[in-house]
Write a protein that binds this ligand. Structure first.
Ligand SMILES: Cc1cc2nc3c(=O)[nH]c(=O)nc-3n(C[C@H](O)[C@H](O)[C@H](O)COP(=O)(O)O)c2cc1C
Length: 170
């Protein structure tokens, strides 16, 4: 959500690192209301429809997550809850995906573990390796939000190649 989010910055870096044939569109989760089954029954809010349609239209997903209290932020969980609705009609079903995260000392490892489980429950086909755990994020990006650490740039490149292969198998 933050304008200066390291995770949004990592997604921007990924748009530059994508292999030939892959185009990334960065989406943030602004404006998505809390899940409420009464709201759902009355008709999906515009931002939820936008999210679900974007997931449905994509050949694959790249999800970037910070770590909040050893897990994913409630904002991301809430968005996944909305996207998960509908059983077989959920746009998450069978979708190839890769995950990464930027944060503090452990590079979001605990958040990514939870995210992997949530996605697996929704039959998302999450790429296993490489793990991209951008630790000490404040030292990996410059003041303008560019990812300047070559090791992580290379990891993201390899992650996207693995995602492309998974999508081709789809
Ligand atoms: C409510 C809250 C809880 C946090 N909990 C953790 C945590 O459990 N582990 C961690 O490494 N960092 C934690 N952080 C620090 C965030 O990972 C750090 O602020 C990160 O830069 C946020 O991601 P962003 O740059 O994409 O906004 C927490 C931050 C907030 C606001």
């Amino acid at each position: 959500m933050r304008g200066a989010s390291f995770n949004t910055a990592a997604l921007r870096a990924a748009t530059d690192l994508a292999p030939p044939g892959m185009v990334l569109e960065v989406m943030t989760l602004h404006g998505i209301p809390h899940f409420d089954a009464d709201v759902e029954a009355a008709g999906l809010p515009h931002e939820v429809t936008r999210l679900r349609e974007a997931i449905a239209a994509a050949d694959a997903l790249l999800v970037a997550t910070p770590e909040y209290n050893w897990s994913i932020p409630g904002v991301l969980k809430n968005a996944l809850d909305w996207a998960s609705r509908g059983g077989e009609a959920s746009p998450l079903r069978g979708k190839p995906a890769a995950i990464l995260g930027a944060g503090g000392r452990f590079g979001t490892v605990r958040a990514q573990t939870h995210l992997r489980e949530i996605l697996r429950h929704n039959r998302v086909r999450v790429v296993g390796l490489p793990e991209v755990l951008i630790d000490s994020a404040e030292s990996r990006f410059d003041a303008a939000g560019h990812l300047v650490d070559e090791r992580f740039r290379s990891q993201i490149r390899r992650l996207l190649e693995a995602l492309q292969q998974e999508a081709a198998r789809h």
